[in-house]
Design a protein around this ligand. Structure first.
Ligand SMILES: [Zn+2]
Length: 344
């Protein structure tokens, strides 16, 4: 897919919007910007982001005032992803690059550093919002490898912090649209807060002692800490291979001992190992959790960070015997038009 192409198209489509804005405004800056073809307010900021949940949060804030190119295709292993050569030309045109950081997408970050223009803003969101003393290490992300668990966006309180940094960056780089970004940010924070509240209400329906997660991919460590869940194990080793038989045997013992009713696989990392653990322990195997592959296809109303997290929380809570009335009732549509490019 030619990411470049969609950006050019989008810039053209945005032109009438920018002109209308300039006409409706009495301030001189808007009209002088309209005469300057290189101005961000006319062509829109060119934003590059990495995994789909981050692209979606960026799209909620930037709406139709910027072009947004996601780089990591949905459904791929973002932890080992090597960007193809054409991504360097996307970086060459970038005004702003958002990566998760915490060493999730180092090759993509390096490509940005090498190819983005001198004045581009490159932001590692996770590094901005998470103090080092709060880094979490575990079986899948061992401290001796020096790479902390990078999955902050599965926790709404951190997703809101990402949105804060994204809004501040866009306001700084494109001040003429500041009011638009601030309004979208406010609406997004309200929806993320509603998601968090619904999660708290519904997780209270899980039978006592059962707020425990055994997952394949280890994407819920920060979420668990914030919302009082216990991650009793993540099966996937740090090299993303299947675990050793000794480790599998240990997990089987643990599932039996704790009478874990359901174990959660990852849609992005299908694994026979969890199937085997389920078979030997009698636990149910739920294989559809997803950490960076948004539900549906681009353009669908659930294809968003909000839709992704609602889906995961509902899957976890129902799997563990709870009910999800509050989460089911949520409106998870985006707060602004999502024109981002999501490679598939
Ligand atoms: Zn992940």
């Amino acid at each position: 897919m030619n990411l470049h192409h969609s950006r050019a198209l989008l810039a053209t489509a945005l032109l009438p919007v920018a002109l209308t804005a300039a006409c409706g405004s009495s301030d001189n800056e808007s009209s002088s910007a309209a005469e300057n073809p290189s101005s961000a307010s006319e062509a829109g900021l060119a934003i590059v982001s990495t995994v789909a949940p981050i692209t979606s949060i960026v799209a909620n804030i930037a709406g139709d005032k910027a072009s947004i190119s996601g780089v990591v295709p949905e459904g791929t292993n973002s932890h080992t992803f090597e960007p193809p050569p054409q991504v360097s030309s996307v970086m060459e045109d970038a005004d702003v690059v958002f990566v998760n950081g915490l060493q999730l997408e180092e090759p993509t970050f390096e490509l940005a550093e090498q190819n983005a223009p001198e004045d581009a803003t490159i932001i590692k969101l996770g590094d901005e919002v998470l103090p080092e003393e709060d880094y979490l290490y575990d079986f899948s992300f061992p401290e001796e490898d020096g790479k902390p668990n990078p999955h902050l966006w599965t926790d709404p309180t951190y997703a809101i912090k990402y949105a804060d940094v994204i809004k501040d960056t866009l306001v700084e780089r494109d001040s003429e649209n500041a009011a638009y970004y601030e309004e979208n940010h406010e609406k997004f924070v309200a929806k993320a807060t509603a998601l968090s509240d619904a999660l708290k209400a519904d997780q209270a329906t899980i039978p006592a002692g059962q707020k425990q997660l055994l997952t394949y991919h280890d994407a819920y460590a920060y979420f668990a800490k914030t919302y009082g869940w216990e991650v009793i194990g993540a099966v996937q080793p740090s090299n993303f291979e299947d675990p050793q038989p000794k480790e599998i045997a240990r997990i089987i013992d643990q599932v039996r001992e704790r009478q874990v009713p359901v174990i959660f696989g990852s849609e992005v990392f299908p694994s026979k190992v969890l199937e085997q653990i389920a078979k030997e322990t009698g636990a149910r195997y739920e294989d559809t959790l997803r950490d960076d592959d948004l539900p549906g296809k681009p353009g669908d109303s659930e294809h968003s960070w909000l839709g992704l997290m609602r889906y995961d929380y509902v899957t976890m809570i129902k799997g563990l015997g709870g009910t999800t009335d509050a989460l089911d009732a949520l409106d998870v549509t985006d707060v602004a038009p999502d024109k981002a490019d999501y490679p598939q």
